[in-house]
Design a protein around this ligand. Structure first.
Ligand code: NAP
Length: 287
């Protein structure tokens, strides 16, 4: 069995760093390891600037939209040019949209897969290729929505389940190369993403009573899991049962998870969709 990789990173690349969980984890890592340098990625420029202001010269801000996975190599090369090889990658950027599969426009589903699955995989691939000899760590923030089928989460659940599986397989394969992979499965955790998802669901007893975690507590648990070399973290702990016995959780959600409410398309009309709609509306040519 490969030896545990000691957790003493020098350069972390963290996506979604200005979101609730990403910011909490950045702050926890920064105060735990004062020499750690942090290359922070998000599309929220103001949030990144504020966080980098707190951290000073230890932090590098990279504003990028991960809906385009082709930006990933330049993010990596900017980080390594600044502070050497990345030995801790945290894939935390993500967004969620709760809507019925049949009502999800393709552009929105595709964007979910790009941000929540393809860019994290591309960053993992770059991290593995550039990991130093002494080894390193990868943290992938998946979701309990990738473990249990929830109505309204077809694309989000597919992305998070895909990330979880890739993370587990990479963890098995990379242990020999001293690369440790931690998969994180949060249930609801207070954040703008969680508030927006909650607003897309009808208020039922179940949605009101779901145990909901705190980003700072999750961040401290992620750090503890990294130090002990854990490969899977479920938080809040209440959801460990659903992770361990998905059959029961599936029966429960089939019976009780409410359908998403009908809602407008957040991406609005896109050139592709407008062109496709126009084509669909053309009268059929007669021969
Ligand atoms: N909170 C929960 O209940 C929960 C549960 C399970 C899993 N998770 C996962 O935890 C991670 C962090 O979520 P959070 O709760 O901390 O939400 P959050 O506060 O909304 O943070 C997500 C961050 O990712 C950024 N982001 C979104 N789309 C992006 C894109 N295309 N390119 C670059 N950055 C982008 C967001 O920027 P903007 O603010 O500009 O959008 C935001 O700063 C996500 O992967 C989420 O799926 C959260």
């Amino acid at each position: 069995m490969p030896a545990r990789v000691e957790f003493c990173p020098r350069l972390a690349l963290i996506t979604g760093a200005s979101g609730a969980i990403g910011r909490a984890l950045t702050q926890v890592l920064a105060s735990w390891q004062p020499t750690l340098r942090l290359s922070l990625v998000d599309r929220d420029a103001a949030g990144l600037a504020a966080l980098c202001g707190e951290l000073g010269e230890r932090a590098q801000a990279q504003v990028a939209d991960l809906a385009d996975p082709s930006v990933c190599p330049s993010l990596f090369s900017a980080a390594t040019a600044w502070a050497g090889p990345v030995d801790l990658l945290v894939n935390c950027a993500g967004f969620m949209d709760v809507r019925a599969f049949a009502e999800t426009p393709w552009d929105l589903g595709e964007r979910l897969l790009q941000v929540d699955l393809l860019s994290p995989l591309r960053l993992m691939q770059l991290a593995v290729a550039g990991m130093p000899e002494r080894g390193g760590h990868i943290v992938n923030i998946s979701s309990m929505a990738g473990r249990v089928p929830l109505r309204g989460c077809a694309y989000y659940g597919a992305a998070k389940a895909g990330l979880l599986f890739a993370s587990q397989i990479a963890g098995l394969e990379l242990a020999e190369r001293r690369i440790h992979v931690l998969s994180v499965l949060p249930g609801p955790v207070r954040s703008p993403l969680e508030a927006a998802a909650r607003a897309q669901l009808p208020k039922t007893l179940l949605t009101r009573r779901l145990p909901t975690g705190d980003p700072q507590v999750l961040a401290r648990r992620i750090l503890a899991a990294l130090i002990r070399g854990g490969s899977r973290l479920v938080y809040p702990s209440f959801y460990r049962l659903a992770d361990g016995v998905p059959g029961i959780a599936e029966r429960f959600t089939r019976a009780f998870s409410p359908p998403a409410r009908s809602q407008p398309d957040p991406l609005g009309p896109s050139p592709t969709r407008t062109a496709l709609d126009a084509k669909a509306e053309e009268p059929e040519s007669r021969s």
